[in-house]
Design a protein around this ligand. Structure first.
Ligand code: BG6
Length: 305
């Protein structure tokens, strides 16, 4: 990959551009303390989020294919306009496989926001091919920001520019990098109902205090609180997932057997990833002509014991 040539050495927030080995644009955000976020225009997918010490916070498979139309296995794929498989739409929708566009093209380079954050604005509009599969005109505007505290935020705005209503579901399929799946727990899902994708979406109620892992899991927790925490005991750090407009939380880990069926995931790599997604799935979002939906995901990491 071409390097990010204009990375400032005076530690100002920066926005910089480069191309990956397939010629797809990538954007690097860096804040004043040296934390960084890398985004690919393939899927508007966040590929990397590093804290100020340079520790990677997101998982990406060593076997991922960084070439459309194959989705990237890791980072934060955006599942839109559907989560899962239904009708003629591909699994998790087409947004993660499309090449997005930087808004205000050509963007100011480097973009400098002295107030507090580095950000980039991206947009997806349906192609003729997309409209044949999903006949709804929309604009999906996404702002990816890195705050001065190192938080990663994704602010989505989906606008209906159709003459009739449409509905969609969405998930930020976030692959957190974890020490070991047996060492982590999720808090914030206690007592919630969930749909179990491993049991034909049957509905259950969570009984435990915190969610821990000892086998494959694939669930959609419904109407969760606006903050959910992933504790990584061994790394002594906790991810906080804050969200607005995203009532549901997906929890996914393929475990050993399913990992072996995924060609773009190493056999043992399931131990070092956990997907916890802010999402709107159970009740699809319906937009009338001219209406806009906004959803915000805010990820931060704090030390823990
Ligand atoms: C989960 C789905 O949330 O995402 C699983 O419920 C799926 O069935 C997983 O395997 C990953 O999806 P994909 O398309 O990226 O392999």
């Amino acid at each position: 990959m071409e390097s990010f040539g204009a990375v400032a050495d005076d530690h100002r927030p920066i926005v910089d551009f480069a191309k990956d080995k397939n010629g797809i644009d990538q954007i690097l955000l860096r804040n004043s303390k040296g934390a960084s976020v890398k985004i690919s225009l393939h899927g508007a997918q966040v590929l990397s989020w590093k804290n100020e010490r340079g520790d990677e916070l997101l998982f990406t498979s060593s076997k991922t294919v960084l070439k459309p139309p194959h989705p990237v296995r890791g980072g934060i794929p955006i599942c839109f306009p559907q989560f899962g498989t239904r009708g003629s739409l591909e699994q998790h929708g087409f947004a993660r496989n499309k090449i997005w566009v930087v808004e205000n093209d050509p963007p100011p380079l480097p973009s400098f926001d002295p107030t507090e954050k580095a950000y980039v604005d991206l947009v997806l509009k349906p192609s003729d091919e997309d409209l044949r599969i999903w006949p709804h005109s929309f604009e999906f505007h996404l702002r990816v920001s890195l705050t001065s505290d190192g938080n990663l935020t994704l602010l989505s705005r989906v606008r209906n520019i159709n003459s009739k209503p449409f509905s969609f579901s969405i998930a930020y399929h976030t692959y957190f990098s974890i020490s070991d799946i047996s060492e982590v727990r999720i808090e914030g899902l206690e007592t919630l109902d969930y749909l179990d994708n491993l049991l034909e979406k049957e509905r259950f109620t969570e009984q435990g205090d915190a969610l821990t892992f000892e086998s494959e899991i694939d669930r959609v927790y419904l109407s969760s609180k606006d903050v959910v925490a992933v504790f990584d005991h061994e790394r002594k750090r906790t991810f906080l997932i804050k969200k607005e407009g995203l009532p549901d939380i997906v929890v996914w880990n393929p475990w050993e057997k399913k990992a072996k069926t995924l060609g773009d995931l190493g056999d043992e790599e399931y131990k070092h990833m956990l997907c916890v997604d802010g999402a709107a799935i159970e009740k699809p979002i319906t937009l009338k002509p001219g209406e806009e939906w906004t959803g915000l995901l805010d990820l931060s990491v704090v030390p823990s014991t």
